[in-house]
Design a protein around this ligand. Structure first.
Ligand SMILES: *Cc1c(COP(=O)(O)O)cnc(C)c1O
Length: 365
């Protein structure tokens, strides 16, 4: 990996270098106070992130999967309820539904955006449906405005979309869950997550669930869990939140450069930014007909890549009990065989992008 021609998939060191001094000063402050869980930095981050998302409340949590699960529980998901989820997502979305006690009802996605198709989602709603979980995959918000008034609570999986906008809004549903896993657009230095919502009731329910069902020490109102945010992570997230919009713009610039440089290659399908808001390019996902050939050439030339995700959730052994078979979600399945994520991070240089583009050109020539 020390070869200078190597292009990493993400470069977390480049982001850290911009905030190193601020992080060290913040860690020193926390060490001096020996306040490691919650504390003033977590409360300050919650206020700052709620304001950024344009909502009244943010609850800091242990990770993104917990955030989805607790949001679903707060929305009333439990045994006997169903939750509509797009087939094209990371397994955590579906895990969270099962952990909350609900039954995941998967639906196929839009063939162009690979995001939740609101018509298919609406058609999957039945008498037991308690929630719908649009997943803002790759950094683009799914078009779910029409699902808001259908009855089930819209719980967004916003793990890949920090800062993204659609129709002027950063938060669309009743509650949005996000992950601050290190590689996300807003990433901690360990695990962390959060929910954001305008509803004081939903926020309070999540806060109780995340801290042993308790708001005041030793008063346990409900059966809860432990999913509190770690104070050191809040220090990192506060420093990074101040740079998030600039970093997202740098990602968008890099995406535009890829799109310009890769235009017109035979068989290559490029992702679209959309014209209804701001895509924050967590991932730059192209589609290629012969992916094995392309990944072989990228590998040879030292260009890292990802596949998000190679096996659709409904064909994953862990979810065999859902009873699906190959052919159930043709759009998701076809995409899983063709998608390829190219290196993407705010500090990616023009020359790194040129290396990526040359490798793709060589593979498709
Ligand atoms: C990262 C991610 C999650 C899970 O977040 P964790 O913090 O790893 O638990 C959930 N959904 C999507 C779409 C993700 O990308």
């Amino acid at each position: 990996m020390s070869d200078t021609t190597t292009v990493p998939f993400v470069d977390l060191r480049a982001s850290h270098a911009e905030i190193d001094a601020e992080i060290r000063a913040g860690f020193d402050r926390v060490l001096a106070a020996t306040a490691f869980v919650k504390g003033p930095d977590v409360a300050a981050f919650e206020d700052e992130y709620a304001a950024f998302c344009g909502v009244a409340h943010c609850v800091g949590l242990g990770n993104g999967t917990d955030a989805i699960e607790l949001a679903l529980r707060a929305a009333g998901v439990g045994p006997g309820t169903e939750v509509v989820v797009p087939g094209n997502t990371f397994v955590a979305t579906v895990e969270a539904v099962v952990r909350a006690g609900g039954r995941p009802v998967l639906v196929d996605v839009d063939k162009d955006t690979l995001l939740m198709d609101p018509e298919r989602a609406a058609a999957a709603i039945g008498p037991r449906t308690r929630a719908i979980v649009p997943v803002h995959l790759y950094g683009r918000l799914a078009p779910v405005a029409d699902l808001l008034d259908l009855g089930p609570t819209v719980v967004e999986d916003a793990a890949q979309s920090q800062g993204a906008i659609r129709d002027g809004r950063r938060t669309i549903g009743a509650i949005a869950a996000t992950s601050f896993y290190p590689g996300k657009n807003l990433g901690a230095y360990g695990d962390a997550g959060a929910v954001v919502t305008d509803s004081a009731e939903l926020a309070r329910a999540v806060r109780l669930l995340a801290d042993h069902g308790s708001e005041r020490k030793y008063v346990h109102e409900t059966l809860g869990f432990n999913s509190r945010m770690d104070t050191l992570q809040a220090v990192v997230l506060r420093a990074k939140l101040r740079r998030l919009q600039r970093w997202n713009r740098q990602r968008a610039d890099a995406a535009a450069r890829y799109t310009e440089m890769l235009a017109g290659l035979p068989g290559l399908v490029l992702p679209e930014a959309g014209s209804d808001g701001e895509h924050v390019w967590h991932l730059y996902v192209v589609r290629v007909p012969d992916r094995e050939r392309v990944t072989a050439v990228l590998g040879e030339l030292g260009v890292a890549y990802g596949i998000h995700y190679p096996v659709p959730v409904h064909l994953t052994p862990a979810f065999r009990s859902l009873g699906h078979a190959a052919g159930d979600f043709p759009v998701t399945e076809e995409a899983a065989g063709q998608i390829l994520s190219l290196p993407m991070f705010p500090q990616i240089t023009l020359s790194q992008q040129e290396q990526v583009v040359q490798a793709v050109q060589k593979a498709l020539a």
